[in-house]
Design a protein around this ligand. Structure first.
Ligand SMILES: [Zn+2]
Length: 182
């Protein structure tokens, strides 16, 4: 680390703290005595998702969000809940320390979390995802399911519902043809 003022590489750490995923350090140059800040962060590798047909594509958290969001359509699940699910899946993916992860593994991570969050979204995702080889078919089926009247829609356990309101807003029917989980 070179001092931004005098380019000396001799510094002393005067303060260390965590800022999000990073470590922030205040340093004092041992030559000119100016202070400066450095951040230390894990370098993220490009993670590839291996699809069933062998194609690879870079992991894209937005695509993952959209895939889960579709399964949660019209359920009492906020976008914040989906966002934190995506964050947790993303960190689990990086914990695997692999450069390639099969889409099946990603699908299982989604199902593990949906199971704990909402029975209907889980059943919808699991039953549909497990029997379709590609996500386009999955999305058509999800759209079909959400068009049915509520009593036919899915298995529903009364205790599974909460009073939380739907905060996802519009755009539920927007078309995204590729949402990662295929
Ligand atoms: Zn200096």
């Amino acid at each position: 680390m070179k001092c931004p003022f005098c380019a000396s590489s001799d510094s002393r750490v005067v303060d260390t703290r965590e800022v999000g995923d990073a470590i922030r350090r205040r340093r004092e140059c041992q030559d000119c005595e100016q202070r400066y800040t450095t951040y230390e962060q894990v370098a993220k590798v490009t993670l590839l998702i291996v699809k069933r047909d062998g194609r690879r594509e870079p992991f894209d958290r937005q695509k993952l969000f959209e895939g889960i969001w579709k399964a949660c359509a019209k359920r009492p699940i906020s976008s914040q809940q989906i966002e934190s699910m995506v964050t947790s899946i993303e960190s689990e993916l990086y914990t695997l320390s692999k450069s390639e992860v099969p889409s099946r593994v990603l699908g299982e991570m989604v199902m593990d979390r949906l199971r704990q969050l909402d029975d209907v979204a889980y059943v919808r995702f699991a039953s549909v995802y497990r029997s379709f080889a590609d996500l386009d078919a999955f999305q058509r089926e999800v759209e079909h399911l959400t068009e049915r009247p509520p009593d036919e829609r899915c298995v529903q356990r009364p205790s599974a519902s909460t009073s939380e309101t739907d905060t996802r807003g519009g755009g539920a029917e927007s078309e995204t043809n590729d949402t990662h989980i295929n």
